[in-house]
Design a protein around this ligand. Structure first.
Ligand SMILES: NC(=O)c1ccc[n+]([C@@H]2O[C@H](COP(=O)([O-])OP(=O)(O)OC[C@H]3O[C@@H](n4cnc5c(N)ncnc54)[C@H](OP(=O)(O)O)[C@@H]3O)[C@@H](O)[C@H]2O)c1
Length: 266
């Protein structure tokens, strides 16, 4: 596994396992499988209603707690200092752990700065190893960091070949925030896996288009958290460190950039 160093020195795996819509017994089995295969970052959120199975899977995996990087997020019900403070305890409880590796504000809520006060307190108390945000665009990010006190370690945003958000990436780089992609596979939109440019490049390396898009993002310095409940795909999505895209490949993939969100969140 390759790691990135966050702005406070914490090491974060560049590839993680997404758990949106991964629930119940089968969901827990998928998370366990991901850990067996070699994933060392699990991305969850209170909104996903699955922190409990993430916690259980980590315990059942037999891995030492410090070997697994846990990310979770607080959302709308936590948008006050008091609620965020209480909900951090809730996540610790759900995940059956005494610290969370990375806690994010799920979206740019009006009271994000107030939530962040509770994050900073828990960070200073050692309950959180790193704190950050999600779905902040360039304007909202800039406004947030003027007042937030601790520069977010991560901004997790929509980022894929059709909307990589390189301008945002550049801005985050200058301020010291790591970008992490959600929907690296567009959640399957635009028939991404059959995109001719991706198929052509993947054939050259004996890889799949899924592997090429992940490789494209990490070569651009963007961390990824692909989700799959299929063992073969989970393996595939982790097996991206034995080939390298050329500048020409990257140039070709850049031509897919439509500079527009596929989810309409921004
Ligand atoms: N911060 C936020 O607001 C936010 C928003 C959305 C998501 N997220 C996080 O980001 C993670 C990833 O995003 P996502 O789950 O929305 O979408 P995604 O990773 O772009 O796409 C997942 C889809 O791709 C399929 N897939 C996975 N690997 C594949 C492969 N190698 N070949 C073909 N198909 C493949 C999966 O199907 P199978 O499962 O059937 O294999 C699933 O349908 C989420 O799970 C969540 O943790 C965060």
């Amino acid at each position: 596994m390759k790691y990135l160093t966050l702005n406070n020195g914490v090491q974060m795996p560049i590839v993680g396992f997404g758990t949106w819509d991964v629930r119940g017994k089968n969901g827990k089995r998928s998370i366990l499988e991901a850990l067996e295969i070699g994933y060392r970052l699990i991305d969850t959120a209170q909104m996903y209603n699955n922190e409990d199975i993430v916690g259980k899977a980590v315990l059942e995996s037999g891995l030492a707690r410090e070997e697994v990087f846990l990310t979770t997020k607080l959302y709308r019900p936590s948008t006050s200092y008091q609620n965020a403070k209480a909900d951090i305890e809730k996540s610790l409880n759900n995940l059956q752990t005494n610290y969370i590796d990375l806690l994010l504000i799920h979206e740019p809520y009006e009271n994000a700065l107030e939530m962040y006060e509770a994050f900073k307190e828990a960070y200073q108390d050692g309950k959180l190893r790193a704190i950050g945000i999600s779905n902040f665009d360039t304007k909202k990010y800039e406004k947030f960091i003027r007042f937030c006190g601790i520069i977010p370690a991560v901004n997790q945003v929509e980022s894929h070949v059709y909307y990589p958000q390189f301008d945002l990436k550049k801005q985050l780089n200058t301020r010291g925030t790591q970008m992490q992609s959600w929907a690296s596979f567009t959640e399957g939109r635009k028939n991404i896996f059959a995109e001719p440019i991706l198929l052509q490049i993947s054939a050259k390396y004996g890889k799949t288009s899924a592997q090429v898009v992940l490789r494209y993002l990490i070569q651009n310095g963007i961390a990824v958290i692909p989700k799959s409940v299929h063992r073969e795909r989970m393996k595939q999505n982790l097996d991206i460190f034995d080939f390298e895209l050329t500048a020409e490949d990257i140039e070709q993939i850049n031509s897919l950039n439509g500079n527009r969100s596929l989810f309409g969140w921004y």
